[in-house]
Design a protein around this ligand. Structure first.
Ligand code: SAH
Length: 341
């Protein structure tokens, strides 16, 4: 059987340079191809207008180009654009473009579905289908680049980035490279539900990425209820791994913390967090629960949310409440994908 061709965007920039060299072409050709792929975001080989016909033929012989198919596209009143893409095997993923005054962020999916089944998240409801390929991760950003100059990337779409670690890191190298998409590492955030071995591995990569940890529970018991992953990687081990990561990388880490009425923002929660986060320099991003019909939770009132934030600030935590974006287009994690299944 002939093995299927690889999408050219799954190739690293070094791999592209080696290929170009191996067929006897000058090395600047690799830079030109990369410019078409990652700056001009072309959809096919024929769009590469300064590349000679013979070289285009060689590229087509070796690689494919699989543009993502748009299944649904919604634009919110606040400018947030949400796209549901269909992949070549009919799996779907979603991507969100979030423009604000100072930045234009793309929220990227890394898997079709999710294994981790957090008890508030729409992405896990239908289970896990597969990992995304490198080009499928990159193509989400390249699609959005047609609308706006993208300044920031957050891996907060469908799936657990650390569960698709190798493809994630390969994609990040192309996102970050000046000859690739060219977005600085400090503008790229990986969000994880707490896969400890991969947090440790990331600490050795030597890239200045932003790391966000979905904490959500205030101690082991509360995290066990909300996030089944806590049974494998318990609260205390996770906090210890984060401290180690901070020590090693000298980078600040953000905790994401969901605000669910009577569940995560009680007086007990404040007391427990004070105990566990003592002495840690960290940021806490408070995310008001975005209702998903399969779960019974409710978000707290505005007043309760601000009281909780203030209690965290009092204990020295740099806490902020995340402004919900694109509510009218179901822009929270996995909601659109789930609703169309
Ligand atoms: N798997 C990664 C990325 C998930 S999405 C992770 O767990 O971090 C990014 C954030 O949205 C996570 O913190 C996730 O827990 C949160 N989230 C998921 N469903 C939510 C909901 N219904 N309301 C508010 N936040 C939610």
């Amino acid at each position: 059987m002939i093995s299927p061709k690889e999408d050219i965007r799954s190739l690293s920039l070094n791999g592209l340079a080696s290929f170009v060299e191996s067929i006897g072409e000058k090395s600047f050709r690799a830079d030109q191809i990369a410019d078409w792929l990652y700056q001009k975001a072309v959809d096919d080989f024929d769009g590469m207008r300064n590349i000679s016909k013979p070289l285009l033929h060689k590229l087509k012989d070796e690689f494919t180009f699989t543009p993502l198919k748009v299944k649904q596209e919604l634009i919110s009143e606040d400018g947030t654009r949400k796209v549901l893409f269909e992949l070549s095997d009919n799996e779907t993923i979603e991507t969100v473009l979030i423009p604000t005054e100072k930045r234009v962020t793309v929220c990227v999916s890394t898997q079709a579905g999710c294994k981790f089944g957090c008890r508030f998240c729409a992405s896990g409801i239908g289970g896990w289908q597969r990992n995304l390929d490198v080009f499928e991760i990159l193509a989400q950003i390249l699609y959005m680049k047609k609308y706006r100059d993208v300044t920031h990337i957050v891996f907060m779409g469908v799936g657990e980035p650390m569960d698709n670690y190798d493809n994630l890191l390969k994609a990040i190298k192309t996102i970050n490279a000046p000859k690739g998409i060219g977005i600085g590492a400090r503008r790229i955030t990986i969000s994880t539900c707490g896969v400890i071995p991969k947090i440790q591995k990331l600490g050795t990569e030597g890239i200045q990425l932003e790391l966000a940890i979905s904490l959500h529970g205030y101690n082991n018991e509360s995290r066990n209820i909300l996030m089944p992953v806590n049974k494998k990687y318990p609260f205390k081990d996770l906090v210890a791994a984060v401290k180690e990561y901070i020590k090693k990388t000298k980078r600040q880490v953000t905790f994401e913390y969901i605000l669910i009425k009577d569940v995560t923002c009680s007086d007990e929660a404040v007391k427990e967090l004070r105990k566990h986060l003592k002495g840690m320099i960290c940021k806490m991003n408070l995310i008001p629960y975005n209702p998903v019909s399969e779960f019974d939770h409710k978000p707290p009132s505005r007043k309760e949310a601000y009281q909780f934030r203030d209690a965290l600030i009092d204990m020295g935590v740099h806490a902020t409440i995340r402004t919900p974006r694109g509510r009218d287009v179901a822009a929270a994690c996995g909601q659109l994908r789930h609703s169309t299944k």
